[in-house]
Design a protein around this ligand. Structure first.
Ligand SMILES: Cc1cc2nc3c(=O)[nH]c(=O)nc-3n(C[C@H](O)[C@H](O)[C@H](O)COP(=O)(O)O)c2cc1C
Length: 183
């Protein structure tokens, strides 16, 4: 059976590159990719037509709203969750267990269950990292076994309103997903 990635995208730079840089390379490696977006990310990708393109490529609906209680789950069970890109907001909510949208609901549950790996790439700037609660959020997620992609080798922090000067570390993200399911 093809492994399934539950991919959550939030409203940070790089979310517009999810299809070519993450969904397609994983599909070429034989993965199925079930995409869920935060509500803000969904408005961004709906405006560009990317939601339809992702649905065509994956053969699965892109989720951003909760299902009705009587509805079937529209996505298959997953072998790994990846939150890419993760805003500072989404990281903080995950650390605190706040599940006020579909994307957070499924990842919060996965973190609590601890049966499937969770990979998170915080696409943040230096000001986000200086927020006083930031380090405790990262520590909480690490303590729960979340695979966090942080550090200067992965994503050197830039000041707000300056360009990061690099693409998202797509290769490291793909390698982290592949490594997470092997361990
Ligand atoms: C154009 C634009 C780019 C943004 N880029 C980032 C980003 O790279 N990282 C981040 O943490 N927040 C970024 N934000 C702020 C988030 O979109 C905002 O905090 C939002 O409420 C996050 O919602 P979500 O976590 O539910 O997706 C950006 C906002 C805009 C308008």
């Amino acid at each position: 059976m093809a492994p399934v990635l539950g991919l959550v995208g939030s409203a940070a730079g790089g979310v517009e590159r999810l299809l070519p840089e993450l969904v397609e390379p994983l599909r070429q490696r034989g993965w199925r990719v079930a995409v869920t977006l935060t509500p803000t990310a969904a408005t961004w990708l709906a405006a560009t037509g990317d939601i339809e393109r992702i649905e065509q490529a994956t053969g699965l609906p892109v989720r951003w709203k909760p299902r009705l209680p009587g509805e079937e789950r529209p996505h298959p069970p997953v072998d790994c969750h990846a939150v890419v890109p993760a805003t500072s907001n989404t990281v903080a909510k995950l650390a605190l267990g706040l599940a006020d949208n579909q994307a957070l609901t499924q990842v919060c549950e996965a973190i609590g269950l601890g049966t499937v790996p969770v990979v998170v790439f915080p696409r943040i700037n230096a000001a986000h990292a200086r927020q006083p609660a930031w380090e405790s959020h990262l520590a909480a997620l690490r303590g729960a076994g979340v695979h966090l992609l942080t550090g200067d080798d992965v994503w050197p922090l830039h000041e707000p309103r300056s360009e990061p000067g690099r693409d998202l570390p797509w290769r490291s993200i793909i390698n982290a997903v592949l490594a997470a399911v092997e361990t």
